[in-house]
Structure formats: C-alpha cells, structure tokens
Design a protein around this ligand. Sequence first.
Ligand SMILES: *[C@@H]1O[C@H](CO)[C@@H](O)[C@H](O)[C@H]1NC(C)=O
Length: 199
Amino acid sequence: MHQGYAAVLCVLAVLRLEAAALGECELARLLQDQLGYEKRLQYTKHYFPVGYTLRVQYEEVLRPANITRLRAGAASEASLRYLWFHVSAQAVQRLREVLPEQHPSWPYARDLGRLLDALGREHYGQYRQSDVAAAVAELVQRLHSGERRPKAVRPKALLDNCLRVLRMLFQVPCRWGATESGGEAGSRRGGGGGGGGGG
Ligand SMILES: *[C@@H]1O[C@H](CO)[C@@H](O)[C@H](O)[C@H]1NC(C)=O
C-alpha cells in the first residue's frame, strides 16, 4: 500500500517537478526509496568497474559520526539537514560528472538530482548562512569553495552515507516508523539489536 503510494508520488514528482510543492518529508521519503539497497547496489556498484572510485573533498564525506559530533556541538537539526542536503547534492553531482548519457546509471543519477533539486528549491533555498549553525555554515562554504579532491571514494559509499544520514535526520521529524526503514539494516546485521518491535 505504502509502496504503491510512494511509486505514484515518485512518478508525479518526476513528471511535475516544476509544479510540485511536495513537503520536505515527502521528498526525503522519495529519496529514501530511490536510495533503497537494490538500486544503490545495481546503479552505483554493479554498473561500475570493480574498485572504481570518485575523487572528492573531505567535506563531501558526511557520515553518521559527523552528525553525532555536530549534534554534540549543539548544531540545530535544521542546520544538520541543510548540511546533509548540500553534501548529498554534491555527491550526486560527482556521480553525474562521470556518467555519459548512455550509461545505464545515468537516468538514476538524474532522478536523484531532480529530487535533490526539488528539496533545495522548496526547502533549503531560502536559508541564509546566518540562519545556520556557524560550524555548519563553514562546512558548506568549504564544500563549495575547494577544488582539491584528495579523497577516493566508491560511488556506492557516497550514497550509503547519504541514506544513513538521511534516516538519522529525518526519521524523527518525519515520524517514520522504525520498521519502515528498509531492508539493509535488517539483512546486513543479522544478529543485532535493531530494536524494531514494530508498532
Ligand atoms: C566528517 O568527518 C571526517 C573525519 O572523520 C572529515 O574528514 C569530514 O570532513 C567530515 N565531513 C563533514 C561534512 O564535516
């Protein structure tokens, strides 16, 4: 039911992005679906040569540990979502830069880019640097200023981080249930304490 709903939304989003005024949570949800494990695996791993890496800046690698650190430094949740948005848009841009239009991952990267564009337009475009935590503003500035790219990262790793941080930042404000967070955590860590009692 909710899968179907998401699919419909996705089609709508792709067809009418110009007109769409989807909420931040709806767009984040669509992104989460697009970043599902099977798609990530296929489009950012199987369709790339073994061991392929992209060159990125250090600031373009945003992991849950970064968020934990920034939270400890009292960055607001809105600031963190703003940071995640900028890093993710950059990550997808890096991916798009290396894909010719004929590549089977090209439409996937384009659609991710569209969803992020919509998020930027609808929800993050109005932010000014002065509205966000100083630490975050500085990171975003560095993100857009540097052209040195000393770090080699697998394309899938970029999107893995994008999804993990997305869940970390949107799950609570968007009231996504713990059981909806999708296959990967469950299938990868067979033993662990997912704590998903459902409900
Ligand atoms: C995240 O932390 C790593 C070090 O663990 C650092 O290199 C990177 O710049 C940080 N990313 C952001 C966006 O702060």
